[in-house]
Design a protein around this ligand. Structure first.
Ligand code: FES
Length: 103
């Protein structure tokens, strides 16, 4: 099953090298832009629920603003520390809409 919903418009999406917070149907999302490509991750860091969407991009990772845990934007796998991960959401752009699957 899938449940594709509109997260935001392309205009509202972060610029390359930036992250932003967004919310849809009660799901808080970290929207990341690496090199012009968007990715969606769970906004809440698995460490102490820091807001990843208020963090920053380093290479192809998002860094948590609270204690710098670092997650790959595509896989959600942590570069630091090892063996941690954050959920990711499938994302696609339809026209001017950024869509994610929150199933
Ligand atoms: S809450 Fe994210 S690193 Fe601690």
């Amino acid at each position: 099953m899938s449940n594709w919903v509109k997260l935001c418009s392309l205009q509202e999406a972060p610029a390359p090298g930036k992250v932003a917070e967004a919310e849809v149907e009660g799901v808080a999302v970290c929207l990341a832009n690496v090199g012009g490509e968007l990715s969606a991750l769970d906004n809440w860091c698995p460490h102490r629920r820091g807001p990843l969407g208020q963090g920053w991009i380093e290479r192809d990772c998002v860094v948590c603003p609270w204690h710098s845990w670092t997650f790959h934007v595509k896989t959600g796998e942590a570069e630091f520390p090892a063996n941690e991960r954050v959920e990711t959401f499938p994302l696609r752009v339809e026209g001017e809409d950024v869509m994610i699957d929150i199933e």
